[in-house]
Write a protein that binds this ligand. Sequence first.
Ligand SMILES: Cc1cc2nc3c(=O)[nH]c(=O)nc-3n(C[C@H](O)[C@H](O)[C@H](O)COP(=O)(O)OP(=O)(O)OC[C@H]3O[C@@H](n4cnc5c(N)ncnc54)[C@H](O)[C@@H]3O)c2cc1C
Length: 392
Amino acid sequence: MAQQTADCLIIGGGISGVSTAYQLALRGHRVILLERRYLAAGGTGRTVGLVRQHYSTETTARMALRSLQVWQDFENAVGGDVGWVPTGALFIVAPHDLDGLKANVELQKRVGINTEFLDPLAVLDLAPYLYVDDIGGAAYEPGSGVADGAMATTAYAERAKALGAAILQGVEVTSICVEGGRVTGVETPQGRFSAPVVINAAGPWGPKLAQQLGYDTPVESSRHQVAVFQRPESLADRHPFIGDFIQGFYLRSETGRLTLSGSLEASEAANRVDPDHYDEAVDMDFNLEMAEYTEHRIPPMGEAELRKGWAGLYDVTPDWHPIIGKMPGLDGFICAFGWSGSGFKMAPVTGEMLADLATGEQRCPIDPHPFRFERFAEGELITGQYSYSIMC
Ligand SMILES: Cc1cc2nc3c(=O)[nH]c(=O)nc-3n(C[C@H](O)[C@H](O)[C@H](O)COP(=O)(O)OP(=O)(O)OC[C@H]3O[C@@H](n4cnc5c(N)ncnc54)[C@H](O)[C@@H]3O)c2cc1C
């Protein structure tokens, strides 16, 4: 029988949960992570894995930068291979969004991000295959890149285990136990696990668990599709990640001359689904739409061939930012979900912030206060000054 008492229990073996398990174990805390299926069974296993810095609030830009520094040097910073590929990232806007883009680039530079503004000719210098006649300009981040969701989850989990954490798969939390105004543990089909702190990092399934304790979190599960194309021989070289805010979609290169693409439109949130019953394949209509956008931005992609895509889940909040914080009125209950399609890249700093919340320490320089659950009732939604997409 596994040890069933800890200082902290984590619900969910996605990237947020394993990064937190690692941070807590690193700090010498006894931690048990409970995953109902297998590691990376949720959004993490279906991620596109982009690690970018282009954000429009100082807090999220600082979080992205701090996390990037871990992804870039994961072997030394944590240990293990996360499939890191420094592709660079390019964010293209229409002329009417140019001032906003430049202001965001300045904000990002102020916090130390390596990014620069490119006019259309400089964009062509970087990527001569792009159609640039409709663009106002772009932001370019040479140090951004991509990592693999499953590899990263495994790497964090292995390091957490090596530091003493228990990572249990096939254990579903059915309820969270409360006594005298504080959490005391969780119930599972394999018995009760006890701890004074419980972190709900269950992604799209997190709201249901919070609901059991009376917390109505405004988080909806939505289906996000990824179309996959094989580039023609003439585009054999890897291209940077391209966030095209004019057409509202993205392109990310993958090994095997593949290019992945998906939507950047806020209307994605309207594809609401039950996280336990949704279509995990990609629709042909969606493939055709992405093919059209792709060919417009990279004309030689008109020769690309369609390959199999997939669909995964976003856990979307009204302001497209996560809930990270202690839940009011119940000691020891912490929530960390609602990443709205951008939680992979932030995982290194998410783990630090959650470890701080769980232990009462303040080792991470990022204050989680803006992400508190109460912000929705208080009308303090998180918005950047210049937003042109769900990416901001
Ligand atoms: C198609 C797609 C593309 C994306 N692209 C990017 C990107 O390029 N960059 C980026 O930063 N982000 C991206 N994201 C978002 C990112 O992948 C997610 O925000 C992130 O992986 C969420 O991780 P998580 O650990 O919070 O949740 P999840 O990965 O969803 O993990 C939650 C886990 O909790 C488990 N669980 C649920 N209920 C219980 C229970 N009762 N008991 C025990 N375990 C339970 C689930 O099985 C699951 O494994 C993308 C997402 C998708 C779907």
